[in-house]
Design a protein around this ligand. Sequence first.
Ligand code: PLZ
Length: 452
Amino acid sequence: MPNPPTGGPSLPQERRLLTAIPGPRSRDLQSRKTAAVPQGIGTIMPVYAAAAGGGVVVDVDGNSLIDFGSGIAVTTVGNSAPALVTAVQDQLAAFTHTCFMVTPYDGYIRVAEALNRITPGDHAKRTALFNSGAEAVENAVKIARAYTGKQAVVAFDHAYHGRTNLTMAMTAKNQPYKSGFGPFAGEVYRAPMSYPFRDQGTDRGTDGPAAARRAIEVIEKQVGSENLAAVVIEPIQGEGGFVVPAPGFLPALAAWCRDHDVVFVADEVQTGFARTGDLFACEHEGVVPDLIVTAKGIAGGLPLSAVTGRAEIMDAPHVGGLGGTYGGNPLACAAALAVIELIETDGLVARARAIGDLMTEHLRKTQAGDDRIGDVRGRGAMLAVELVVPGTTAPDADLTRRVAAAAHAQGLIVLTCGTFGNVLRFLPPLSIPDHLLVEGLDLLDTVLEESR
Ligand code: PLZ
């Protein structure tokens, strides 16, 4: 293909296979990657992108793939959305960087004001900007420690918070995230999560407040609220398997934190910005976190993350105690302002709900005829199926791998996740047209059938 196609919504919204997947150009790039990039940086799908937009990714061989991944929940408003491209281009021509800690600029302040406005709770707030999800999680912990004068941090079973030293300690899963990379940061403790599909039929039960009491008991016995700075939790777990806690679990935890001077931190890196059919997943149960961590969907693919929270907590660190060269980069801020506006003007919260309804109905029908699908769960455009040995809850990671690989070969980008590697997850961009959603789901049914 001499001229790569223009990206964004102008791309034909179709699945189109011109070569085997991956095609010859992708295979060539993959062998160059192997020679130039360490193997530690893995490849889920060795198909090299040339353009993307709406609900497709076009590869270097001219194949057009249906996107059920959004670059891991990042391009929520769609790749290269025109309003975002214009906003970033304008900023690019004005200046690329001055460093907000040296000579600041208004884009950063406007993003902070917007996040203070749209995040849950009407209390006075402040926002600090960073680059990655992990960096923001680390800063939320720094801020909670400075505010409380305490050190311990509680994270949960199946949690994912990043790959830096502190966030590796907070992440639950050993392979591939932690193995061989210790020693990990100290003062990180783990509490049991509410995982309804795996808690059913056990003495743990599926009652949210009861699951919270179980977690709180572990926290009180093994940590002690007098030592605990923060409880950090994903309101719907992402990498850990799209685990939606039982109703009442999050509110009970938040209430306990409030009563014990513990900062309640919602890691909404994967769930935020309309993904779950609410602007933020916490809103579903009316939970108001003390600090909320956002990234991914915040800026349509430009690297940006944020910690937003109660003014008195956010102002605890001393002057100069927070920052970084690139945090709140002007291009990323321009993108974030465009994203926030697009979510509001294009009704993307409602769009996420509509996608959720369409996909859930289809997946439940598939489940009714396929006893390998143990669970269909998620909210909005953050959905998953958990694959098991029929009649049990025993995870079937091998089937999951085979189904994902077969879907990839048919031109459907789909990701897996879960502590047991047996969850297929669906994170389409909210710009995807319905016909591609349906085609992707039909394809999934076919590959599930063929993987028996
Ligand atoms: N918190 C809830 O989902 C990133 C990780 C992909 P960064 N999830 C995708 C991988 O294998 O590295 C994530 C998340 C939650 C924090 C993070 C970390 O965000 O921007 O990847 O640092």
